[in-house]
Design a protein around this ligand. Structure first.
Ligand code: F6P
Length: 547
C-alpha cells in the first residue's frame, strides 16, 4: 500500500490546493453567529484534558478526509494490536506493552498476557516497598544515615521521562529528598552533582534497559569510585546502589546484588518506560500512591484512545493535524510550548518520544516511506520562549504549528502571576492566527514612520492547538504523556513505520568506539584511517588530551 495512492490522500491533495490560501479568521467570522461556534465544534476532551483545535487551517471537509485517511491506513487495528501484545515491533521481534504497565490490556491478538501482568504487579509492589523504606528512613546509607539524595543515572528513555515527571510533580514530592539526574558522558554533568551530594546520604539508581550503554556505565563506575573515595567501604557500597534493567546478569556483574535489581522487560521500549521501574526515582520522591495516580491518568487516556470514536479522539485528532501540516503544508517542525514551568522538560522528553519513534524513512515492509515523517520537535516553556524564538514563529517565512499547553489552576499561591501567564498563552495563539495586515501596521507605525509599517506586518493564519489541564496533578500529567505517546503511534500507523525501534542511533555508537580507541592510541601510527576531516579532528584532540 502506497500512502500517496490512497483515495483519501488524493482527495486531501486537491482539498489542500483549494483551501491552503484561506484564512482561518474568515472561517471564524463566517460562523460568528453559528451555534455551536467553531470553537465549540472543534473542542474535544478526554481523561481530564481539553483540546481546542479550532485555530487550525481545517474545515469540516479537511477533518472528514483526514479521518478517512486514518481509516484507510488501519489506525484502529494498529492501536488494538499494540494493546493486545502483538509483535508490533517486528525488527526487534517484540511487543510494545507500555499500556500494560498502567493496566491497559486488549485481547484482539489472542496473546495470553497473564504472566506479564503478574510480573508487573510483582515489580510494582517491590518498588513501592523500596520507595516506602527510603522515604521512611528505614533504608539508610552505609553509616546508618537516612537517604537525602537520589541520583538517577541513565540516558535517553532512562533519564528523560523520570526527569520530566519528577520536575513536573515536584510539588507532590518529599521535600527532604533531593533528586539529581545524570545522563551525559561529559564528566561535567556528574561533577556538578557530586558537588551537591554527600556520600553517606546518597542513593544511586542506575537505570539502563541494556546495562551496556556507554554513558550510563561510565557515570555509574565514576560514582562508585567517588563513593569509595568519600569513605564508603567497598563491601558497603551495595547500600548505595540499586539497578533498573532488562539485563539483570549485567547488573550483577556491575556489583549490584540481585535483590536490589528492579526488572523491566524487552517489551517496554526505552522512551515508553517511565511507567515501569524506570520511574523508581519518581516513585521515591512522590510516594507510591502518587505514582499510582500517574498511571491511572495514563490509563484513562488509554481508555479514551481505545473507546472514543476517531472524530473526538484526542490522540487521533492531534496526529491527523500533524500529518496535515507535515505532509501537505510541508511544515518541518512542531513547537511545543507548555505555559508551565513545571513542564520545563516536556519538550525534550517529546523530542525523543516523537523523533526517535517516527524519524524514519523505511516502512514496516522495508520499502521507503513515500513522504515526510517526524517533524523536528522543539520548545521551551512560555513565557520564556516569547522573548527568544517567537519572533520567528510570528514573522519568519517558515510555518511552525504550535501546541500550547496551559494549566488552569496554579500550584503556587503567589498573587498576580497566573492570570498573566494564561493571558500570554491565549494571546500568542490569537496573535498567530489574527496576524496584522499592512493597513493596521501603517496605523500602528504612525504617519511619520511609513518606513516602519512593513516591519509591523504579521502574516497571521498560523495554526495552533491549545491543550488545557485543569491542574497539574499526577493524573493529568499521566494523561498528557499518554496522549503524546498515542499521537506518535497514530502517525506511525499512517506512515506505515515501526515507531518502536531505533536503528538510527547505532552507526554513531559503532564509529564512536573506533574514534575513542584512536583518541587514546599510544602513537599516531596506531590511529585508524578516516576521512581527512575526521582525521584532522582526531589529531587536534589527541594533542589536547596529551597536553
Ligand atoms: O541510544 C538510544 C537508546 O537506545 C534509547 O532508545 C534508550 O532510551 C537509551 O539509548 C538508553 O538505553 P538504555 O536504557 O539501554 O541505557
Amino acid at each position: 500500500m502506497f500512502l500517496k495512492s490512497l483515495p483519501a490522500w488524493f482527495e486531501l491533495q486537491s482539498h489542500y490546493a483549494e483551501i491552503h490560501h484561506e484564512h482561518m479568521c474568515d472561517w471564524f467570522t463566517a460562523q460568528a453567529d453559528a451555534s455551536p461556534t467553531r470553537a465549540e465544534r472543534y473542542t474535544i476532551g478526554g481523561a481530564g484534558l481539553t483540546l481546542d483545535f479550532s485555530k487550525n487551517r481545517i474545515t469540516d471537509a479537511t477533518l472528514a478526509l483526514l479521518l478517512q485517511l486514518a481509516r484507510e491506513t488501519g489506525v484502529e487495528a494498529r492501536r488494538d494490536a499494540m494493546f493486545a501484545g502483538a509483535i508490533v515491533n517486528p525488527t526487534e521481534r517484540r511487543a510494545a506493552l507500555h499500556g500494560l504497565l498502567r493496566g491497559s490490556v486488549g485481547n484482539s491478538a489472542g496473546v495470553d498476557l497473564s504472566q506479564e501482568i503478574a510480573k508487573v504487579a510483582h515489580e510494582r509492589a517491590k518498588m513501592a516497598a523500596f520507595a516506602d523504606a527510603v522515604r521512611s528512613g528505614k533504608r539508610t546509607g552505609y553509616s546508618g544515615k537516612p537517604i537525602r539524595h537520589i541520583v538517577n543515572i541513565g540516558i535517553g528513555g532512562s533519564d528523560l521521562g523520570p526527569k520530566m515527571v519528577a520536575h513536573a510533580l515536584h510539588h507532590f514530592a518529599d521535600p527532604q529528598l533531593k533528586l539529581h539526574y545524570v545522563s551525559n558522558v561529559d564528566g561535567t554533568d556528574l561533577q556538578r552533582v557530586l558537588e551537591q551530594i554527600d556520600a553517606e546520604t546518597t542513593l544511586v539508581i542506575v537505570v539502563s534497559k541494556t546495562f551496556t550503554t556507554q554513558e550510563t556505565m561510565t557515570n555509574a563506575r565514576s560514582l562508585r569510585a567517588w563513593l569509595a573515595s568519600q569513605g564508603c567501604p567497598e563491601d558497603q557500597l551495595h547500600h548505595h546502589f540499586v539497578g533498573v534493567s532488562a539485563n539483570p546478569d549485567e547488573v550483577v556483574r556491575f556489583g549490584i546484588p540481585r535483590d536490589a535489581i528492579f526488572e523491566m522487560w524487552d517489551w517496554v521500549g526505552g522512551r515508553y518506560s517511565l511507567w515501569s521501574a524506570v520511574g523508581l526515582s519518581v516513585m521515591i520522591a512522590v510516594g507510591p500512591a502518587h505514582f499510582e495516580r500517574l498511571l491511572a491518568g495514563a490509563h484513562q487516556m488509554d481508555q479514551h484512545f481505545i473507546e472514543t470514536p476517531l472524530e473526538r479522539n484526542l490522540p487521533v485528532i492531534m496526529a491527523l493535524l500533524g500529518i496535515w501540516y507535515r505532509n501537505f503544508f510541508g511544515a518541518q517542525s512542531l513547537l511545543v510550548a507548555p505555559y508551565s514551568e513545571a513542564l520545563h522538560f516536556l519538550s525534550s522528553y517529546l523530542q525523543q518520544l516523537d523523533m526517535e519513534s517516527n524519524g524514519k524513512s523505511t516502512r514496516l515492509d522495508g520499502m521507503p516511506v513515500d513522504g515526510e515523517t517526524a517533524p523536528v520537535i522543539w520548545g521551551e516553556p512560555g513565557t520564556n520562549g516569547q522573548h527568544a524564538f517567537f519572533q520567528m514563529v510570528h514573522q519568519g517565512p517558515t510555518l511552525v504549528p504550535v501546541d500550547f499547553i496551559a494549566v488552569l489552576k496554579p500550584e503556587h499561591a503567589l498573587p498576580g502571576h497566573h492570570a498573566k501567564l494564561l493571558a500570554n498563552c491565549f494571546a500568542q495563539s490569537e496573535a498567530l492566527m489574527l496576524g496584522r495586515p499592512i493597513e493596521a501596521a501603517r496605523k500602528v507605525a504612525g504617519a511619520d514612520r511609513p518606513d516602519l509599517a512593513p516591519h509591523l506586518v504579521f502574516p497571521g493564519n498560523r495554526p495552533s492547538n491549545t491543550l488545557l489541564l485543569e491542574a497539574l496533578t499526577p493524573e493529568s500529567l499521566g494523561a498528557l504523556i499518554a496522549l503524546y505517546e498515542h499521537k506518535v503511534l497514530v502517525q506511525a500507523a499512517i506512515w506505515n513505520i515501526n515507531p518502536f525501534d531505533q536503528w538510527g542511533v547505532e552507526l554513531g555508537k559503532i564509529l564512536g568506539k573506533v574514534v575513542e580507541t584512536d583518541l587514546l592510541a599510544a602513537n599516531a601510527a596506531a590511529v585508524s584511517p578516516h576521512d581527512s576531516s575526521t582525521s584532522h579532528l582526531i589529531e587536534l584532540a589527541r594533542a589536547a588530551l596529551k597536553a
